[in-house]
Design a protein around this ligand. Structure first.
Ligand SMILES: N[C@@H](Cc1ccc(O)cc1)C(=O)NCC(=O)O
Length: 698
């Protein structure tokens, strides 16, 4: 009945170029949903840091917890879909939850709501924190819950004879994911940078969250419009409960019959045969076989998800000047979806057919193995880039050392003699950095200062001023205020972005301007000469002393690592998504999709654990460690894959149903046995549906 219903539905539904029209609504829905998710995610850490005023550690932890939660909730969504509501209703209900969550985030970012004194900052941070946490929880529930359902629901729209089209669908589906995420990761940071507000203008996080919220509503509406065209498989009872009970019974029964007197069975699940239907046992075997194969997979995601963390940090120590275009470190991540949009069509229409033409059978599991190797190569590239960067980094004092910097404020060179060191000549307006073991004490040389102990963060430049004049000077730029600097004293460091900066130097009512260009990640001490005359050009009266060189390794060097990780993603992830669908029994498609997504969640946890425990001092060595781990895991996976036999679940299910049907016919001719069988079958819910399906099919 089910198969016939599906065939009827598919025959009735409109077909465009061999594809069911319903697919159009599903891919547009995915495009909008991914826009919503990645758009919101792109500004989330900044929202925590600058709106909620959390420190870096708290912001990063909550961010990663949220991402991990988004990949844990698919299990919940899949269970609800496969056992209770069906995929269609699950997608609708959870999309509403999702949209409410996005709206909650947008509202939580309106500072005016609690800004009663109208000073631009919220007065009750608790309100904003609670609302945003509720919002994030609903989003995680929604995005994760619908994720396995949408992919599986799309797969359901194809008939048995449409294998090729279904494979293409999964590729197009992946393109839509990346099209949506690419657009949103470009757009939402721009929206965030706008200023908005009712009483006072602040960075517009509410707009940056509001647009993704609107897109989620669009996703829901588009999905509902397609409603009449979908094939909607009915859920077949609480299948997960049946599966758990069946596995539990098999284990218990096996344990009860552990003595040697009982003959062994082919598979440990066969110990459930006394109580459970053979079809259900066969379906569980299919799922377990695939889940077993999933065990090594989280390692791929462990490497893949470091794009957003370690690789972005690496980019902060690099030069992002691409001529007309200046790329910020976090914008480098958009290389991934851009490459996906080019690589998926190339792979599908050129590389895979070419490999097939060469007579090679490039099976899904082989593709996934190659995908893992490519990700390992990407990390080797990252390590090589890191080695280049390390060569350009300054030497900072270790915990047992101190640093002394001497600045000659005079107009002539001076000779300096430090205890236990040779005399040195220090030219005018120059800094001499001196790293010294803590046991040598210098007294009365310089007042205590908090100097830099690492490269400036996020590709910014750390700038300070030293005032060599006899009068106090006020220094400011559009982005920073250095305050009033007393005579022969220095300001604190301020962070300045790359590009041209103009500093205004002011003393009383008089002022002058000093302009200069900055690269990425440098540090300068600007020395204001005693000869400066306000009201005239002060360009020649300020000397820039370079404390830390600007980043000199170009960000373009990250492109090879992005290329390899994305090529790996196309081979691993796009293939894995389709593999999880095609190898799942009909009643557990969403569950296996959720299993696939669960490997992503585990991968994210491994990042957190390894980063915490390993504490490898050299970043390049950590990259090499991750690459080696993935190669080791890849070898294990290829051995497991070698022993995996591909199945056609529809075919197996049909054979079982046919067999059950034949047995039924036999039983009808044997008086009394049919009743016994009926009682047995009543206890297995899914059995009936399949039985009927086979009868109609035949
Ligand atoms: N390639 C990722 C999407 C992506 C986009 C932008 C980024 O900065 C990072 C990742 C992908 O396709 N993921 C699968 C998914 O379902 O989201």
């Amino acid at each position: 009945k089910i198969l016939n219903e599906k065939r009827d539905k598919l025959e009735f539904s409109k077909v465009v170029c061999g594809y069911p029209l319903s697919i159009f609504f599903i891919v547009v829905n995915e495009f909008c949903e991914r826009f919503s998710y990645y758009g919101m995610r792109a500004v989330l850490v900044l929202y925590f840091k600058y709106f909620l005023r959390w420190d870096d550690d708290l912001a990063t932890s909550i961010y990663h917890t949220f991402v991990a939660l988004c990949y844990l909730t698919p299990i919940l969504g899949a269970i609800v879909a496969d056992s209770w509501l069906g995929k269609f209703k699950t997608i609708i209900y959870l999309s509403i939850v999702y949209a409410v969550g996005q709206v909650a985030m947008a509202v939580s970012a309106i500072h005016d709501i609690t800004d009663s004194d109208r000073d631009g900052t919220p007065d009750s941070m608790t309100f904003h924190i609670v609302l945003s946490m509720v919002g994030l929880f609903l989003i995680a529930l929604g995005t994760g819950g619908i994720k396995p359902c949408v992919a599986a629901f799309g797969g359901d729209q194809f008939g048995e004879h449409q294998d090729r089209q279904r494979r293409t669908f999964f590729s197009v589906f992946y393109l839509c994911i990346n099209g949506g995420s690419l657009l949103s990761t470009i757009i939402t940071p721009v929206l965030r940078a706008q200023e908005c507000g009712i009483y006072s203008k602040q960075k517009c996080y509410s707009l940056a969250f509001g647009v993704p919220a609107a897109l989620m509503v669009v996703a829901l509406v588009v999905f509902i419009i397609g409603s009449g065209m979908y094939y909607k498989a009915e859920p077949q009872g609480n299948i997960m409960l049946d599966v758990c009970k069946c596995i539990g019974f098999a284990i218990k029964n096996r344990y009860r019959h552990r003595s040697k007197q009982y003959p062994k069975r082919q598979h440990w699940m066969d110990w459930a045969e006394e109580k459970y239907d053979k079809l259900l046992i066969a379906q569980i075997k299919m799922v377990l076989k695939v889940l077993f194969l999933y065990i090594p997979l989280p390692m791929f995601w462990t490497l893949f998800d470091q794009k957003g963390s370690r690789w972005t940090l690496q980019a902060t120590t690099m030069d992002g000047n691409f001529g007309a275009l200046v790329i910020q470190p976090d914008q480098m991540q958009t290389v991934n979806p851009i490459l996906i949009l080019t690589l998926v069509p190339i792979m599908d229409s050129l590389i895979y057919p070419l490999i097939k033409k060469c007579g090679l059978n490039f099976t899904p599991l082989k593709r996934m193995t190659v995908g893992m190797l490519l990700a390992a190569i990407a990390f080797v590239c990252a390590a090589l880039v890191q080695i280049q960067i390390d060569k350009t980094l300054p030497t900072f004092p270790s915990t047992s050392q101190s640093q002394l910097k001497l600045l000659n404020m005079g107009s002539n060179s001076v000779t300096v003699k430090l205890p236990g060191n040779d005399a040195l000549i220090l030219p005018a307006a120059q800094v001499y950095p001196f790293i010294n073991n803590c046991n040598t004490k210098f007294t009365n040389l310089l007042p205590e200062t908090n100097d830099l102990t690492s490269k400036p963060q996020e590709g910014n430049n750390a700038i300070r001023f030293v005032n060599g004049m006899k009068t106090a000077v006020n220094v400011s730029t559009a982005a920073a205020d250095f305050g009033l600097i007393e005579p022969f004293y220095y300001s604190n460091y301020s962070q300045i972005k790359n590009g041209k900066a103009t500093f205004t130097l002011r003393s009383g009512s008089q002022s002058c301007e000093y302009s200069t260009n900055f690269g990425f990640g440098s540090s300068y001490t600007f020395f204001i000469h005693s000869t400066l005359v306000f009201g005239s050009n002060c360009q020649d009266s300020v000397t820039a002393v370079e404390d830390i060189k600007p980043n000199s390794v170009h960000m373009a060097l990250q492109i090879p690592q992005y290329f390899f990780i994305t090529a790996g993603e196309v081979m691993f992830s796009v293939t894995g998504l389709e593999f999880s669908y095609s190898q799942a029994p009909s009643n557990m498609k969403a569950v296996l999709q959720a299993g696939w997504l669960f490997t992503v969640a585990i991968g994210n946890f491994i990042v957190l654990i390894v980063a915490e425990l390993a504490k490898i001092p050299k970043q390049w060595a950590e990259y090499v460690l991750f690459a080696s781990l993935l190669v080791a895991v890849c070898v294990i996976f290829s051995i497991m894959a070698y022993f995996y036999t591909y199945i056609d679940p529809t075919e197996i299910e049909a054979q079982f149903k046919k067999k059950i049907n034949e047995d039924d016919e036999d039983d009808k001719s044997k008086p009394g046995k049919a009743e016994v069988e009926m009682v047995k079958r009543d206890s297995i819910k899914c059995h009936d549906e399949y039985d009927k399906a086979t009868q109609t099919k035949m």
